[in-house]
Ligand binder design. Structure first.
Ligand SMILES: NC(=O)c1ccc[n+]([C@@H]2O[C@H](COP(=O)([O-])OP(=O)(O)OC[C@H]3O[C@@H](n4cnc5c(N)ncnc54)[C@H](OP(=O)(O)O)[C@@H]3O)[C@@H](O)[C@H]2O)c1
Length: 366
């Protein structure tokens, strides 16, 4: 039975992905309506939070729904009034006979409720089709809803000797144009880009989306800056507009300096600490209130802190055919493991070759 719905579920997953980066704090959801003979009669996906859910979009797309139709959907339909009415109601009203889903919704307000409600109403519910693939589609949503922490992706560009910058701090450009374009596409899929103040001071990055078309939403840039060292003329401070906003996380009591940033439209958020640097766990707790998925782009200090705290969910590591030198910067400052038995290994590793470089993506086995 499950095999019958695999192709439709894969199509629903592809549809869902079209809204990548747009749905936060909601999941990406795709839906396909099949008639009794298994032909696709409607397709839909959730475009952004506040807009109709995928199920409703597929039902609307189909128009008239014949008897014996099946709705194939990547996530359990919701059964509550949020910004839109419950999808279970739309499904019942449409006279759909069967609902096939990949994953239950772990959201405490939804969990199991949608599927149970449909079953009680006499609809056949089939679950567990393409579960893994659909769980990866919504890995950020699942983590966020379960832990209230953002899903943390870490992106770094390394030379083949594992360095992220040369001795003088320069790192432009380690990777090829093809790889950098992929980074811009990745930025389009997250809610915020995060860097340490060392990177802002050294590189003055714009942290914008270029080379690919920017999605129509706000992309946040977040700086870990314990002592408010960010230069007021930094590109990331100057460029506040409808598409880009900047947040500085700091422990500095300097209200005058904070006000200077605020006058530029930057949000300054205080994280209490007596430590030398910002406590990453507290910082992520704050970021989880605002964001579902963040992309940390270095540098070595921040990446090292996150690895030491085991708070990275997914790595995107570009490796370029260049030797930077043993006097260059090691990517994970302060990560000391002593023995191979402590080495951090990865699962679900995937290798790609953008431009002239390699890209490893994988999940750490903490
Ligand atoms: N190749 C790449 O992918 C890549 C990417 C990014 C950067 N880089 C290179 O990396 C270098 C910058 O790296 P970096 O290590 O000097 O700086 P960084 O990691 O960007 O920033 C480190 C600074 O952030 C602040 N910070 C606040 N909370 C922190 C925390 N919990 N953990 C760590 N840092 C915290 C600290 O300064 P305060 O104490 O003043 O707050 C710390 O010195 C540059 O040379 C840049 O070109 C390379």
């Amino acid at each position: 039975m499950h095999n019958d719905y695999t192709a439709a579920m894969k199509l629903a997953i592809r549809l869902a992905r079209r809204a990548e980066g747009m749905t936060s704090p909601n999941p990406m959801v795709g839906a396909v309506l099949l008639d009794a003979r298994g032909r696709v009669i409607g397709k839909g996906f959730h475009h952004r939070a506040g807009e109709p859910h995928a199920e409703v979009m597929a039902i609307r797309d189909a128009g008239r729904i014949p008897q014996g139709s099946t709705l194939v959907v990547t996530l359990e339909p919701c059964n509550h009034f949020g910004r839109t009415p419950p999808c279970t109601r739309a499904i019942l009203q449409a006279g759909i006979s069967r609902v096939v889903l990949a994953n239950r919704d772990p959201n405490p307000g939804v969990a199991g409720g949608g599927a149970a409600h449909l079953k009680r109403a006499g609809i056949e519910v089939v679950s567990g089709v393409c579960t893994q693939e659909a769980a990866r589609l919504n890995e950020a949503y699942f983590k966020h809803v379960r832990t209230s922490l953002p899903f943390v992706s870490l992106k770094l560009a390394l030379g083949m000797d594992g360095r992220i910058a040369a001795h003088d701090g320069s790192s432009k450009w380690i990777t090829s144009a093809g790889a950098r374009k992929q980074v811009h596409a990745l930025r389009n899929t997250v809610d915020a880009i995060v860097v340490g103040v060392g990177t802002v001071m050294n590189d003055d990055p714009a942290l914008t989306v270029r080379h690919v078309s920017m999605r129509d939403r706000v992309l946040y840039r977040v700086i870990f800056d314990t002592h408010l060292r960010t230069p007021i003329r930094a590109k990331v401070i100057a460029g506040q507009n409808a598409h880009y906003k900047t947040i500085i996380l700091t422990a500095s009591p300097d209200t005058a300096r904070a006000a200077a940033f605020e006058r530029k439209g930057v949000e300054v958020v205080r994280i209490k600490t007596t430590a030398q640097v910002l406590p990453v766990r507290d910082a992520l707790n704050f970021l989880g209130k605002r964001f579902m998925h963040i992309l940390v782009e270095g540098g070595a200090g921040l990446a090292g802190s996150l690895v030491r705290a085991r708070l990275v969910d997914k790595f995107h590591v570009f490796i370029a055919p260049v030797i930077i030198g043993s006097d260059g910067l090691y990517p994970f400052q302060g990560v000391v493991l002593k023995s191979m038995k402590n080495a951090i290994r990865f699962k679900e590793v995937h290798w790609d070759t953008p431009g002239a470089d390699c890209l490893m993506t994988g999940y750490p086995e903490w």
